[in-house]
Design a protein around this ligand. Structure first.
Ligand SMILES: Cc1cc2nc3c(=O)[nH]c(=O)nc-3n(C[C@H](O)[C@H](O)[C@H](O)COP(=O)(O)O)c2cc1C
Length: 170
């Protein structure tokens, strides 16, 4: 798939443990696809990829990025961090000025993960044209934290708006 990604594409990268960040990524993907169809844009595409599958080539070939991941233990989830650690130097200085968005899912906070992701993206000199958001899943007991998650309608809308806006900005 990476060979198909072009500089006019939005790449949505996700990691999720209990489903919230994955649902947000899928919602953003759906909304970006809807704008693409509405505008009849054969040359601009949107791709959805698990963090562990993203390659440096995928990053180089996309024009905009959306990172969706949970906050775990006050940080970005380990798999999203591993993805960014793996990609950081292979694409450093080669993606400057491209745009990005962030969706962090959290039980009650999310600020640590958002800050961390922004810091990594600022190292890449990416441009946060669509302000990142935290989706608060209100899970603060062991049971609710480990339970599968679904997004509220408002959260679905928020995720969709980010996907659609990033696509429109390409
Ligand atoms: C190991 C672990 C650590 C977590 N640490 C935090 C945390 O530091 N802050 C927070 O707000 N939520 C924390 N949470 C809650 C998750 O961020 C929340 O459940 C979110 O919905 C997870 O997104 P996901 O469903 O995409 O995995 C933690 C969850 C797990 C499993």
């Amino acid at each position: 798939m990476s060979n198909d990604i072009t500089g006019n594409s939005l790449l949505i990268v996700w990691h999720s443990r209990t489903g919230a960040a994955e649902a947000a990524a899928r919602q953003a993907y759906k909304a970006a696809q809807a704008i693409r169809n509405e505008l009849g844009e054969p040359h601009r595409n949107v791709y959805l990829k698990r963090a562990c599958d993203v390659t440096p080539q995928d990053m180089l070939e996309a024009g905009a990025y959306l990172f969706c991941a949970p906050e775990n233990l006050a940080s970005l989830s380990g798999q999203m961090k591993e993805c960014l650690d793996r990609l950081y130097y292979p694409v450093l200085h080669r993606i400057e000025g491209r745009i990005f968005g962030v969706i962090i899912t959290a039980g009650s906070d999310g600020e640590g993960a958002l800050r961390q992701l922004r810091r990594i993206c600022s190292g890449w000199r990416l441009n946060e044209q669509v302000p990142g958001i935290i989706l608060n899943m209100r899970s603060d007991t062991e049971e609710s934290i480990l339970a599968p998650k679904t997004l509220s309608e408002t959260q679905q809308q928020q995720a969709g708006e980010i996907g659609a806006t990033l696509f429109a900005l390409l």
